[in-house]
Design a protein around this ligand. Sequence first.
Ligand code: ZN
Length: 118
Amino acid sequence: MELHKRLREAYPELRFLDKYNLLPPTVLGLAVYLFGGASALFIGFFLSTALLYHGTFTVNSLTHLFGRRRYVTTDTSRNSMLIALITMGEGWHNNHHYYMASTRQGFSGGKSTSLTTL
Ligand SMILES: [Zn+2]
């Protein structure tokens, strides 16, 4: 409980985003529309959001079916270079399941092979 309270006090920006979670996408959609009209809104907001979700769903489904398991984990997660290339490193899913606290997912023998760390 004390840790939770300290974390809330340490990150006021995260509390703001949690409270007003619709504000960032609304501002982005409005800004894109004002910048380029309806076609920019479609490409810069709706299409990009749909592609983002498809990338996330692809990682969370296909990398539990295909690829290599570098680390022994209690799940079926796998690393896929093809999906990592398409999703800028998110395809190193077995690495992610093995060490979830790391922002780097493409680690291997002390070398980074992920675009997420560039
Ligand atoms: Zn997973």
